[in-house]
Structure formats: structure tokens, C-alpha cells
Design a protein around this ligand. Structure first.
Ligand SMILES: Nc1ncnc2c1ncn2[C@@H]1O[C@H](COP(=O)(O)OP(=O)(O)OP(=O)(O)O)[C@@H](O)[C@H]1O
Ligand SMILES: [Mg+2]
Length: 318
């Protein structure tokens, strides 16, 4: 397979649009995913992530805009694109009636990998991803996580320069998830351009070199995880109360003082974004204290990617 110099744009989208009837699923989306890096598409359910992946992997025609993968234009050279990509889609592509070994061999044949090389590659992958115990059972008997793992492994068969992973770790147990993160990181470090979607913000924080947050088909924020956090230009104060009643009273005391806030009544927590540093945070705590409401504890912190996500996708407070 062709390899690209690290940093070279491998997956390029320019002004992509896609509608399903009245639904505008993707609107004017542009980005580049580079060789040697992990690019994460984040967004709530229905944001357009899978639609984007499906367009870039030739499964869906592009309505407007253009895209290329490894230098091949999606519209002009879809067959060439198919040979340079690996895809683990959101819906499983493996055959239930075949075993993992047979499925992997079949994927290898689709990429026209010669027989001996294909056999060796299948064995290597089964070993590396610890699938030996069930590799000769039909997929229909697998657990959800085993199936998901096979999907991802199948996308790696040809060692493609562009790898698309639509929620690769959904349904995996914590240990398998961390193992897969390491594998994905390793592939990117070896030069692959990885484009993944995820619902796990921790995953994007840990793994992604670059993040694009989408909402309702549009890009709403882009950057590295630290950049996205810095761009919020505020820190976050979490305050815990002894009862829901105290939490309610604190909200009343802070009326006119804070406009943005989030509450989690189950843990009696108030979360307030604070601009202007810790002095403002102290003023806020003092106001609660002056109103006679006891604070159990508080935590002043940098925003997490969850805070970034919630700010951009629901227009609400962190
Ligand atoms: N075949 C289809 N026909 C009509 N509407 C569709 C079709 N596929 C997707 N949509 C709509 O397009 C929008 C984007 O869907 P998409 O699957 O790309 O979202 P997503 O970001 O992948 O969401 P999720 O996180 O739930 O996987 C949604 O409103 C969805 O209902
Ligand atoms: Mg999806």
C-alpha cells in the first residue's frame, strides 16, 4: 500500500452537502485528515457523522462539494478510493454465517491480497487482537464486543493509508477499549490517517490529534483538545450541596449574578463556567456563603471536553 509522509492531507473534504429529502444531514463541511494522525468527528446523535463517513467511503453519493482520499477523487475514482481505505462502519459488515478467519480472508480477497500473504495477515491480526479463542466459531455466536472487534480488525486487513472507524469502541469493555486505543494510536504513529467518530469524549481527548465537533450537519468547533478547551475562555466551578433544597436556594441567591449554569440534582451539584480566573470564583462562593447556604465542597477546574461539547452542541451552559 502507498504510504504518505506524515502530515500530508490524505482525507480531504471541501464543502460537502448531503440531504435525505427534507433532512439536511450534512451542510458545507470541510476538513482534512492527515497522515500520521487521528481526526475525530464528534457530535450528538443525528449530527451527520455517519453520513459524512458514508460519503467519504463511497457508500453514499455526495450531493454537493468535493472530496478525495489518498489523492483519488470520490466522484471520479470511487473504485480506486475503495482500494485505499479501511472502514469499520456503524452497522456490522461481517457475515454472521462465517467464522472470523473466513470473514477476514474474504475481506483480504476484496482487496486482492495474494493468498499466501492474506493467510499470514489473517493469522497476524487474530493473534494481535487476541481473537484465537473464537476465531473458528461463526460470528452469529459472538458477544457484542467480539463482533465489534472483528469489524474493526477487518478494516485493517489491507493496512490502508486511510482508515474510517465509525464508533469503533462502542460496546467494548474498558480493557478492550484501551487496547484498541493503543492499536489505533500505533496505526496513526505508523503513518495512517485515521478518521473516527465517537460518543466517548474521553476517547477523543486521549486519542485525537484534531477534533471537529458537528451539530445538525455543520462544523461548530474545530481544533486540538487543548485548543478547544482554551477557546471556551473560562474555567469551571463545581459546587456540592448537602440537599437539593440547598441547591435550589443557591440558584436563587445567584440570580442576576450568573447567567450560565448546569445542575445535577442527583449529586446535588451546581456547575458554573467562570470567566476571569479564580477571583470571580471566590466571589461566587462568597455570595453563596453570605446567603447562609452551606457548601459541602467545591472544585475549581479547567474545562473538560464534555464542557466543550455541551457548550457547542446544545448552546447551554457547561
Ligand atoms: N437513509 C436515511 N434517510 C433519511 N434520513 C436519514 C438517513 N440516514 C440518516 N438520516 C438522517 O440524517 C441525519 C444524520 O444522520 P447520521 O446517521 O449521519 O448521524 P450520526 O451523527 O451518525 O448520529 P449517531 O451518533 O446517532 O450515529 C439524522 O437526522 C438522520 O435521521
Ligand atoms: Mg452514526
Amino acid at each position: 500500500m502507498t504510504t504518505f509522509t506524515k502530515g500530508a492531507p490524505v482525507i480531504v473534504a471541501e464543502g460537502l452537502h448531503k440531504s435525505y429529502g427534507e433532512t439536511e444531514a450534512v451542510l458545507d463541511l470541510s476538513f482534512e485528515a492527515r497522515a500520521g494522525s487521528v481526526f475525530a468527528l464528534l457530535g450528538p446523535n443525528g449530527a451527520g457523522k455517519t453520513t459524512t463517513i458514508n460519503m467519504l467511503t463511497t457508500l453514499l453519493p455526495i450531493d454537493r462539494g468535493r472530496a478525495s482520499v489518498a489523492g483519488f477523487d470520490l466522484a471520479g475514482k470511487p473504485d480506486a478510493v475503495r482500494q485505499v481505505i479501511g472502514l469499520a462502519g456503524q452497522a456490522a459488515a461481517v457475515d454472521e454465517k462465517l467464522t472470523a478467519r473466513e470473514n477476514l480472508d474474504l475481506f483480504g480477497r476484496l482487496y486482492k491480497i495474494p493468498k499466501a500473504e492474506r493467510r499470514a495477515r489473517v493469522e497476524e491480526l487474530i493473534e494481535r487482537f487476541r481473537m484465537s479463542d473464537y476465531a473458528d466459531r461463526t460470528v452469529g455466536t459472538y458477544s457484542g464486543g467480539q463482533r465489534r472487534r472483528l469489524d474493526v480488525v477487518a478494516s485493517l486487513i489491507a493496512n490502508p493509508p486511510a482508515l474510517f472507524l465509525d464508533e469503533p469502541t462502542t460496546g467494548l469493555d474498558p480493557r478492550s477499549r484501551v487496547e484498541l486505543w493503543d492499536e489505533i494510536r500505533g496505526l496513526a504513529d505508523a503513518g495512517t490517517a485515521v478518521l473516527l467518530t465517537t460518543q466517548y469524549l474521553e476517547e477523543a481527548d486521549r486519542l485525537a490529534d484534531y477534533i471537529l465537533i458537528m451539530d445538525e450537519g455543520r462544523a461548530v468547533a474545530t481544533g486540538t483538545a487543548p485548543e478547544l478547551k482554551d477557546d471556551l475562555e473560562r474555567d469551571v466551578l463545581d459546587v456540592h450541596f448537602a440537599s437539593e433544597d440547598d441547591l435550589e436556594r443557591a440558584l436563587t441567591a445567584l440570580e442576576g449574578f450568573v447567567s450560565d449554569y448546569g445542575t445535577d440534582p442527583t449529586v446535588r451539584q451546581l456547575t458554573v463556567p467562570v470567566a476571569g480566573g479564580s477571583a470571580n470564583s471566590l466571589r461566587l462562593l462568597r455570595r453563596i456563603e453570605d446567603s447562609g447556604i452551606p457548601v459541602v465542597d467545591f472544585h475549581y477546574r479547567r474545562p473538560t471536553l464534555d464542557d466543550v461539547f455541551l457548550t457547542h452542541t446544545y448552546g447551554a451552559a457547561v
